[in-house]
Ligand binder design. Structure first.
Ligand code: FAD
Length: 479
């Protein structure tokens, strides 16, 4: 076959987009037909099984990707199996000699093995940088290690210059005349059946590139100007809500970064603050690359001897949003209803699980992984370890969030609580974060009966705090 007719495989993973997709772009530059494929691997390598909320997302995201590919004259092939077997087989059927991918840093060891297997069969794998602002190896300490602290990481990232210029989506993708067999997406059973717990998700989310583009435009037009102040207030929708789109690669961080250029001067503080948050994602990935067991092992091994407790009833109350602490319950219910929780409330709920209930952070990390639409192997694990105090750049364990004070500070009117815990809807603002302190007549007026319509606190925060600090002191240093 003349070179321009040799087809190439583009293996989509967590880069479910046509826009700013370096692997797709490079495959097109060969001039030959392009075969886009998504592989359902036996398990999501290195990141454990895909969470339930993300299965819902993946179904809709793949539907959207298939549609975009179709309008560009191409199509998406869906195949189940071990990646190396699927790729070898597909290459044999189509005559492809090259596989183009964007790097997925959470599985780089596995990918290395796959590339070696393919090389043995004369199939080359070409990997591209498309998922982070900068390549992780470019942002290192003088000694060539990953930064352990965010601020020097951020300084180094800024010094590295602007992220690469994004590449526009192709209008037409050359495809092969004959079609190979694709599995039906419905047969993958990604959507929940009975009960359909994802019924509330579409109120906020439109998985796929179009949804990501809309969220970005809305953020730039309406929210970015007040980001620095608004981002900490859960009742104000001031953040971008781009996280699930980033997690599934429906938009590139480079595209987002460049979209924030040219804002009016007044917004420059907000732009810097937002870019810093985006950089946290790169930072979390650099930690994951340095320490691939980030979701399983304490970064700081002095936590290995920490005496965690586990009360199944308390854990269940936390997952259901029935702890008796309104801000915690609002967060956990937001999570269940929309597959998402505001960042400030993620910190509060995580702190409550770890420090008030003394439950191992790994149990919380797993719950979030199963229920968040943006569950991300690096961000989730690094942030749980941040809250636990066991992480690289972590909040010290002894800094324990008081759920009442946090609620009063970041949800002063109680709007967030009222939205997600409707049984407290009529409670006076003064008690909205501490119904257990309200006089009976106030509760009566609001139609609340503690222990019946809304739970009493499952732990006393003051006592729980003392217990956590004692356990922290008692841990022994293993090294
Ligand atoms: P914005 O404020 O608009 O920020 C823009 C982007 O920056 C986000 O989409 C995200 O990609 C990145 N970002 C922001 N904050 C952080 C952060 N602290 N760490 C890393 N990246 C950040 N984020 C995830 O994407 N997936 C997770 O699984 C996840 N788990 C978390 C678990 C805990 C316990 C905590 C405390 C935080 C977690 N985060 C996670 C970080 C953060 O809460 C979310 O990224 C953020 O709430 C997403 O909303 P947004 O897109 O509107 O954020």
């Amino acid at each position: 076959m003349p070179k321009s007719e040799v087809p190439s495989i583009v293996w989509f993973r967590r880069d479910l987009r046509l826009d700013d997709n370096p692997a797709l772009h490079a495959a097109m530059e060969t001039g030959g037909p392009v075969i886009p494929v998504y592989i359902r691997e036996p398990q999501h390598l290195n990141v454990g099984p895909l969470g339930a909320a993300q299965r819902w997302w993946l179904h809709h995201s793949l539907t959207a990707l298939a549609k975009s590919l179709k309008s560009a004259g191409s199509g998406l092939t869906l195949i189940s199996g071990k990646a190396e077997d699927v790729l070898v087989d597909l290459a044999r059927q189509t005559g492809a000699r090259m596989v183009f991918v964007n790097r997925a840093y959470e599985r780089h060891q596995v990918d290395r093995g796959i590339a070696l297997e393919l090389k043995k069969r004369d199939i080359a794998v070409r990997a591209f940088h498309g998922q982070l602002l900068q390549e992780p190896h470019a942002i290192r300490t003088g000694a060539g290690r990953a930064f352990r602290v965010f601020t020097p990481f951020w300084n180094a990232l800024q010094k590295a210059g602007e992220p690469r210029e994004p590449i526009g989506p192709p209008l037409k993708i050359p495809s092969q005349d004959h079609h190979h067999r694709s599995e039906r997406l419905d047969s993958w059973g990604l959507l929940p059946k009975k009960p359909d717990w994802a019924a509330g998700f579409p109120a906020i989310w439109t998985p796929g590139e179009d949804g990501a583009r809309e969220k970005l435009a809305d953020f730039i037009d309406r929210k970015l100007q007040d980001y620095k102040h608004g981002r900490d207030l859960p009742s104000v929708r001031a953040t971008s809500l781009l996280s699930p789109h980033l997690t599934h690669g429906e938009i590139s961080p480079a595209r987002i970064w460049h979209a924030t250029r040219g804002m009016p001067k007044t917004a420059s503080e907000d732009v810097v603050h937002f870019r810093r948050e985006l950089a946290w994602r790169d930072f979390c990935y650099s930690l994951l690359i340095e320490f691939p067991e980030l979701d399983e092992k304490n970064w700081d091994n002095t936590f290995d001897t920490f005496q965690w407790g586990y009360d199944a009833k308390e854990f269940r109350a936390w997952t259901k949003g029935l702890t008796g602490y309104p801000i915690v319950d609002a967060g956990m219910r937001q999570l269940w209803r929309y597959g998402f929780m505001h960042n400030r409330v993620r910190m509060i709920t995580a702190s409550f699980l770890i420090k008030d209930l003394m439950i191992d952070w790994r149990k919380g990390e797993k719950w979030f992984r199963d229920t968040l639409v943006d569950a991300d192997p690096a961000n989730n694990a690094a942030n749980w370890q941040w809250v636990a105090g066991s992480g690289a750049d972590a909040s010290p364990f002894f800094r324990i969030f008081n759920p009442v004070l946090q609620g009063e500070r970041f949800d002063p009117e109680g709007d967030y609580v009222r939205e997600h815990v409707p049984e407290l809807g009529n409670l006076d603002r003064k008690y909205i974060h501490k119904p257990f302190d309200a006089p009976k007549y106030v509760l009566d007026k609001a139609g609340i009966e503690l222990g019946r319509t809304y739970p009493r606190p499952i732990v006393d925060h003051g006592l729980a705090r003392d217990r956590a600090l004692a356990a922290y002191k008692a841990r022994t240093n293993p090294s």
